[in-house]
Design a binder for this molecule. Structure first.
Ligand code: PGA
Length: 220
């Protein structure tokens, strides 16, 4: 497949952010006298942002809470996350080699994440491998975010590549929906944060990879 640009989701695709996100959730839960959850339980929710994690952590209590209380929990979660944002976060194995290979082929590379700019910037500062990318579109860059295709179109525009010449790699259903709606080929990162009750085989991604370096076979 000949492509000019590769766009990536961030959490669960390039970066394993789940341990720091899970730790922040546990700090909030413990503030309210609840038990900390094992990382293996919180990990599958790590691509779903603060609300997804809090809904999982607080269970029914979250939907029953007032919007003001939900917002308070969200802010507490974000404050804890920011305080220790890259303590345990790592690139998935093979991501450095993958990016070096894509750079060597002169492919344009971008990130399209739903993570807000403030936290994306902080995370990216810790990973020089992610510093040289041509476009970073965050959850609050536009008024809409994934699964809307607009952030993907913006990244393509910034890279000066037609959307149809981009491939989008992500680990969540909304990534695949956004990519398909943007007219891009899509790659599902099966190694990311997918809950066991989800049915990724129904998401209609064009390709599946079980490790980042498998992308090279698709681009070959
Ligand atoms: O923080 C989020 O909302 C999820 O971020 P992602 O789009 O990079 O998976």
């Amino acid at each position: 497949m000949t492509k000019l640009a590769v766009l990536f989701d961030l959490d669960g695709t390039l970066l394993d952010t789940a341990p720091d996100l899970g730790a922040a959730l546990n700090c909030v839960l413990q503030d309210y006298g609840l038990r900390a959850l094992p990382l293996s339980d919180t990990r599958p929710y790590a691509s779903h942002g603060s609300t997804g994690l809090l809904k999982f952590g607080f269970g029914e209590q979250f939907s029953l809470a007032s919007p003001m209380q939900q917002q308070r929990w969200r802010q507490q979660f974000l404050d804890y996350y920011e305080a220790r944002i890259c303590e345990q976060t790592q690139l998935f194995a093979g991501v450095s080699e993958l990016l070096a290979n894509l750079h060597a082929r002169h492919l344009a590379i971008g990130i399209v994440t739903n993570k807000p700019t403030r936290y994306t910037d902080l995370v990216l500062q810790s990973f020089p491998e992610l510093a040289k990318l041509g476009s970073v579109v965050c959850g609050d860059t536009l008024a809409v975010n994934k699964p809307d295709p607009a952030p993907l179109h913006l990244a393509a525009e910034q890279l000066q590549v037609p959307s149809s010449q981009c491939i989008y790699v992500g680990d969540a259903e909304r990534d695949i929906i956004a990519g398909r709606n943007a007219g891009m080929e899509t790659v599902l990162a099966r190694y990311g944060y997918i809950r066991c009750e989800e049915q990724p085989e129904n998401w209609q991604a064009d390709y599946d990879i079980h490790a980042p370096l498998e992308l090279l076979k698709i681009l070959a």
